[in-house]
Design a protein around this ligand. Structure first.
Ligand code: SF4
Ligand code: SF4
Length: 80
């Protein structure tokens, strides 16, 4: 039997993000990037790379490394 890969997604509260990018540095699947829009605090927040193709997963496994390392606890992780 083929084992299904774990799928996950994250939601980053971009207004609370302070742009430290620790989450980007720990994500093993490189699915977080830097937004090109400033938030209200004046930082370029981290942004989840989503795919528009519903059949394809972005590559996030829901490992939660990003949420654990975030000093401001602004990342929520969801697993399928
Ligand atoms: S670790 Fe948290 S505060 Fe730092 S860039 Fe990522 S979401 Fe923003
Ligand atoms: S849950 Fe894991 S794979 Fe998904 S964005 Fe966070 S660090 Fe990357």
């Amino acid at each position: 039997m083929v084992k299904k890969a774990k799928k996950g997604k994250i939601i980053i509260d971009s207004e609370l993000c302070k742009g430290c990018y620790l989450c980007i540095s720990v994500c093993p699947n490189e699915v977080i990037t830097v937004s090109d829009e400033l938030n209200q605090k004046g930082y370029y927040p981290a942004e989840f790379i989503e795919t528009n193709d519903k059949k394809k997963n972005s590559g996030c496994t829901g490992c939660a490394m990003c949420a654990i390392i975030c000093p401001d606890v602004v990342i929520e992780v969801y697993r399928e």
